[in-house]
Design a protein around this ligand. Structure first.
Ligand code: SF4
Ligand code: SF4
Length: 163
């Protein structure tokens, strides 16, 4: 079976005429690993300002948080939960990185029905009936925004990472 070529077509095929609803329950599942969290330079700067860290404290946080630097991103490879998850809550929620603020509107979640089923399994805020129903057009716009903002800084990368 051929793969739909556009984001809109993939979203429509995944949703199969249903509207999408999402309301975060703050369960913390999506912050628990193992997994990678990607921070841009701007994300890190926003965290430094939000936590009012001195240059020394910020350098120490970065040493603990970041395991790798790839073009466009600093990578936190969390073996368990993200280091910024404290008492099951994001300690930098208002300035959380783009990867986190765009969830669950990631291209991968609307890539196929299997991926969408997995999302529903892992995220109790998805299709719970408690969020505002969103039509495919709105979902597509949100997913495209993630594609644009997450892929663009990686334009010259051999193997771009995608959400
Ligand atoms: S898994 Fe879903 S419901 Fe739970 S914290 Fe993440 S976004 Fe919210
Ligand atoms: S930065 Fe915050 S929202 Fe993102 S994974 Fe870490 S704890 Fe979760």
């Amino acid at each position: 079976m051929h793969e739909p070529k556009t984001t809109r077509a993939r979203v429509e095929k995944t949703l199969q005429g249903q509207s999408f609803d999402f309301k975060c329950t703050a369960c913390g599942n999506c912050c628990k690993g193992p997994g990678d969290v990607y921070f841009t330079e701007d994300d890190l700067k926003a965290i430094k300002d939000y936590l009012k860290l001195s240059a020394f404290a910020f350098a120490r946080l970065k040493r603990k948080l970041i395991q790798e630097k790839i073009p466009g991103y600093y990578v936190h490879r969390s073996g368990d939960a993200c280091l910024l998850l404290v008492d099951n809550k994001c300690s930098v929620y208002p300035v959380r990185p783009m990867q986190c603020s765009t969830f669950p509107f990631w291209p991968s979640n609307f890539q196929s029905q299997a991926n969408f089923r997995q999302l529903k399994k892992e995220c109790p805020g998805t299709m719970s009936g408690k969020g505002k129903p969103l039509e495919a057009e709105t979902v597509t716009r949100r997913v495209r925004k993630t594609e644009k903002e997450f892929l663009e800084p990686q334009q010259n990368t051999d193997k771009p990472i995608m959400l």
